[in-house]
Design a protein around this ligand. Structure first.
Ligand code: GLN
Length: 479
């Protein structure tokens, strides 16, 4: 069976027609994984028996007319920082290597309710800190389109998994671009929902005011299908929004059917198109703008003047929150313990041995910016600038329906190319502001860079809870 770029919506048709069973589908995906994951390294582990048993149960439900939904029996792979009951949840960290989830994340539970089969543990940067997957404590993940290049990060395993046809879709998490950037590097679709749209319950917290779970998949309709399943208010996460959710797949479907952007105003924030952009990326963005116009979209110039502070603000706020969130991983309450003389030494030794260099760097930075005497100068000031960044977006959205930007300044880079942490941080320049503002964004493949022959992606950003118009536009564009 050819599963190349298979979408959830076509697989769902196949399951309905009986041309394939869930068991066959899962077996075929496992075959692809067996054939190529040795080289790619998307998965940390897979409980095959559990996956195949879930597929058999789904086939039985369907045969007896009791399918949970039209998507019953479709596998979706899961990033290693999202809890699936009974499975390992290591966040690609040695510290959490022995940890098994006692419960399902809400997003996982909601997928299971529709009969989806969440499976596998996808590699990532340790605790989602990184942009290349090189910070995983366990293995390298390679970009399926060119194995000498990184898949992006931190959801690099999720993007590589979809790009290599190991699953039709995967869950990732986006704190500062970690869904959109790897999606861009691997040529797949990735969505960061509005902050509060998807429950964070069961997502291991990195920076709680920024984190969102979202889909990586092959087209906007599939992103909509997954968002339809996982969005909404959750009593377990007080930051989820009470607003009604759903209708996302239908919006994308409409966009693909119409193939038109008429009536939509796209703002081009000038700060995202100056300097720093590789010429191949700039060329594809020019073509993208021309295509948007050809499809009837209107282009307007806008400005997000405080975006220039986004990377600095992010690396203060995200590290501050991380230093607090990761305090619980002390080898006693959670994680693997290195016994020493007394409590404090046990903390030191467990955390010293368990965390990798980048995680330690972030904890140190975060602790520093929160410490007395520095709090006002760094953390508080960063919070104020964050408000200015958010207001820029709100002002811009008064002038347009959507924003159109690149996702990354360059295409997927090679391993060890960015060994300086600051250089790595700067590669997040186009994705991070959106996490700080809380709005939603999608990364869609837009073309190929002539020099690297790697995919270039466009980012469409929408106002808070604007997922429908965003997906509709993305689907029209991709068609
Ligand atoms: N590259 C960003 C970081 O290292 C992205 C993190 C994320 O979105 N999880 O913090």
């Amino acid at each position: 069976m050819d599963l190349k770029k298979s979408t959830i919506h076509t697989l769902s048709e196949n399951l309905k027609n009986g041309t394939v069973s869930s068991l066959e589908l899962c077996q075929e995906y496992l075959k692809n994984i067996d054939a190529r994951d040795g080289e790619i390294g998307a998965f940390l582990e897979i409980d095959r028996e559990k996956m195949l048993n879930a597929a058999k149960a789904s086939d039985e439900r369907r045969a007896s007319g009791n399918a949970f939904s039209e998507f019953d029996g479709i596998p979706i792979a899961v990033k290693d920082n999202i809890c699936v009951k009974g499975e390992r949840c290591s966040c690609a960290s040695k510290l959490l290597e022995p940890v098994k989830s006692p419960y399902d994340a809400t997003a996982v539970e909601l997928l299971k309710k529709q009969g989806f089969i969440p499976f596998g543990r996808l590699n990532m940067d340790e605790f989602a800190m990184g942009s290349s997957c090189e910070n995983s404590a366990f293995k390298k993940t390679r970009n399926p389109l060119d194995i000498s290049r990184v898949p992006g990060g931190s959801s690099g395993g999720s993007a590589a998994c979809v790009a290599a046809d190991f699953a039709p879709a995967a869950l990732g998490s986006d704190t500062g671009g970690s869904i959109r950037q790897p999606a861009a590097f691997c040529g797949v679709v990735g969505v960061k929902p509005t902050y509060g749209r998807v429950s964070r319950y069961g997502l291991v917290a990195f920076a709680s005011s920024l984190d969102q779970i979202g889909p990586l998949c092959n087209d906007p309709e599939d992103a909509g299908i997954i968002l339809d399943a996982i969005s909404g208010f959750d009593p377990h996460d007080s930051t989820t929004l009470p607003a009604a959710s759903g209708g996302y797949a239908a919006a994308a479907k409409k966009g693909a059917a119409d193939g038109s952007l008429a009536g939509l105003k796209f703002g081009l924030p000038k700060e995202y198109f100056t300097g720093g952009l590789d010429s191949g990326v700039a060329k594809v963005m020019d073509e993208t703008i021309a295509k948007v116009k050809a499809l009837g979209g209107e282009i307007v110039d806008v400005s997000l003047p405080h975006t220039k502070y986004a990377v600095a603000v992010y690396y203060i706020i995200a590290t501050a929150e991380a230093s607090a969130n990761l305090a619980r991983f002390d080898g006693i309450r959670y994680g693997s313990r290195q016994d020493a003389n007394g409590l404090v030494d046990t903390y030191y030794k467990s955390r010293g041995a368990g965390f990798g260099d980048e995680v330690k760097r972030r904890i140190l930075l975060g602790t520093y910016v929160l410490s007395s005497g520095y709090y006002d100068a760094y953390y508080l000031r960063a919070q104020r600038v964050r408000t200015l960044i958010r207001r820029d977006f709100e002002e811009a959205f008064k002038q347009c329906d959507l924003l159109l930007t690149p996702v990354t300044p360059q295409t997927a880079f090679k391993f060890n190319e960015k060994s300086d942490p600051l250089q790595m941080y700067l590669s997040d320049i186009f994705t991070i502001a959106l996490n700080l503002s809380g709005h939603c964004g999608i990364s869609i493949p837009a073309g190929i860079d002539d020099a690297t022959k790697m995919p270039v992606a466009a980012q469409i950003m929408a106002p808070a809870l604007g997922e429908k118009v965003m997906l509709q536009a993305a689907a029209a564009f991709m068609k």
